[in-house]
Design a protein around this ligand. Structure first.
Ligand SMILES: [Ca+2]
Length: 476
């Protein structure tokens, strides 16, 4: 009898320990990166956009309405996300290509995925997460000797199907159509009605679903799964049913239709000019501009549908109960604002992108945070949410307080291009060009980014310049 009681007590203890271990199982991370996605989503206030799946995530999580990227280009922006730093050269030559991740990498400064890998996570990348889809360099971005982020991923996957290689998929249209190097040979947009058509993201998501199944059934390790969706990056191609959503939609007026006067980070939209525009003048033909905006919106809805597929699968596996979900756009995109069709500039429209963070224990779900935050904040936030030690070298600030209370204030955000750096605070943006030319915009004035007011506010310039330098120079 005595023995039986003893066994009973021991059993209870074991069950208790197991239950405790279960509840303390580290949380998984699902990071969804979307290429060239403006924060024009219904849940971010753009009601003409059809984005039901992302909106659903926003409703359950915390949408950050004032998230700014640190660089308005794919590679550098992803560099800051994945390393948690502004870049190895802080003062003058901040502009970094993603391939420099390799050069900057040291054992003392692991990248975010490597940090999680070192702490027991299985890390997997599918699609466009670092600069090239699949994370490799070489002529067609499939050279396994040229790894963009060494030691980061257990598996780094990019299915290419009929597009032959990651470079083909990156700029692909339906069914294996690849952009040639000859300018103007690929249409800038496409919407096909054939049911059997496939686009590169279809394959990326199919691979991601397989990975979710594998990660949740074959191992007890927590996972860090990053999935990179290519649309709405140029060319604007998606199945026609997504374009049909916008047939009768009314799009808001362009608040900045003109090229800025004076020096700025304006550029002549070279990336767009690579495509066939049927000799139309995108800067002056308002009908064509509206068409382009609709095809871009169609790609957003198509990308949104891919997000829906991933989240549905996450729920089916049951892992949704223990998985943090981050949805991140790598930068915004000017659809004609400031006379630009593209990114690569330091106006708000190129720097603001969607950020949503969801945790299974979310407080005040769906409440929008309006404080300013930046991409660098994601790494320390994920360390806090998973209980991992914080990487001492990461330069961002944890958003844990804003996740608990959306009314918490944010902090200044720094962004940079090759020859200019910028800082955004709630009321102003300062853009400091390397030759000391300054732009200053006041978002509480009616003009906002219509007029550079730098000459009128030397004291504000001095104050923001100091703040910019202090933020960039911080070394941990
Ligand atoms: Ca991009």
């Amino acid at each position: 009898m005595k023995n039986r009681s003893f066994i009973f007590i021991i059993s209870l203890l074991i069950i208790g320990v197991n239950a405790n271990a279960q509840s303390e199982k580290p949380k998984n991370i699902l990071l969804i990166c979307i290429d060239d996605l403006r924060p024009e989503l219904a849940s971010f206030g753009a009601e003409h956009i059809h984005s039901p799946n992302i909106d659903q995530l926003a409703k359950k999580g915390r949408p950050f309405l004032n998230h700014f990227v640190n660089a308005p280009s794919c590679g550098p922006s992803r560099y800051t996300l994945l390393t948690g730093t502004y870049g190895p050269a802080r003062n003058d030559a901040l502009f970094q290509r993603a391939t420099l991740i390799t050069k900057a990498h040291t054992n003392q400064r692991p990248t975010m995925p490597e940090w999680f890998k070192k702490h027991g996570y299985t890390t997997v990348s599918v699609g466009k997460v670092s600069h090239h889809p699949g994370g490799l360099g070489g002529a067609d971005w499939n050279d396994e000797q040229v790894i963009e982020i060494p030691n980061a991923w257990h598996r780094n996957l990019m299915p290419v199907g009929p597009w032959q290689h990651p470079r083909g998929a990156m700029h692909g249209l339906a069914n294996g159509s690849i952009r040639s190097k000859e300018k103007g040979t690929m249409d800038v947009y496409e919407a096909r009605a054939d049911k059997g058509d496939t686009y590169p993201d279809d394959l990326i998501i199919e691979q991601a679903l397989i990975e979710l199944e594998t990660l949740t059934t074959t191992s007890d390790n927590p996972f860090f799964l990053a999935v990179g969706i290519i649309k709405p990056h140029l060319p604007f191609g998606s199945p026609k049913k997504y374009l049909d959503l916008y047939e009768d939609s009314v799009f808001p007026e362009n608040p900045y239709p003109n090229k800025p006067q004076g020096k700025s980070t304006w550029h002549p939209s070279g990336e767009m000019m690579q495509y066939n525009l049927w000799e139309k003048d995108v800067f002056n033909d308002t009908d064509f501009a509206l068409e382009l905006r609709k095809y871009y919106a169609a790609c957003v809805s198509y990308a949104d549908a891919q997000v829906g597929r991933i989240l549905k699968k996450l729920k089916e596996t049951g892992a949704n109960k223990n998985t943090i979900v981050v949805l991140w756009g790598d930068h915004g995109w000017n659809l004609g604002e400031h006379g630009i069709w593209g990114k690569h500039n330091l106006f708000d429209v190129a720097l603001k992108s969607p950020l949503i963070i969801y945790t299974p224990t979310m407080e005040q779900p769906g409440k929008k945070a309006t404080g300013i935050v930046e991409t660098l904040d994601i790494f320390p936030t994920l360390c806090d949410l998973t209980g991992l030690p914080k990487a001492e070298f990461s330069q961002g600030s944890s958003l844990i307080a804003m996740l608990e209370n959306p009314l918490q204030s944010g902090h200044a955000a720094v962004s940079y291009l090759q020859n200019a750096q910028s800082i955004r605070v709630p009321r102003y943006r300062l853009i400091a060009h390397d030759n000391e030319y300054m732009e200053l915009y006041d978002y509480e004035s009616d003009e906002k980014e219509k007029r550079n007011i730098a000459n009128e506010h030397p004291e504000k310039i001095a104050e923001l310049k100091l703040l910019l330098r202090a933020k960039i120079n911080q070394v941990r």
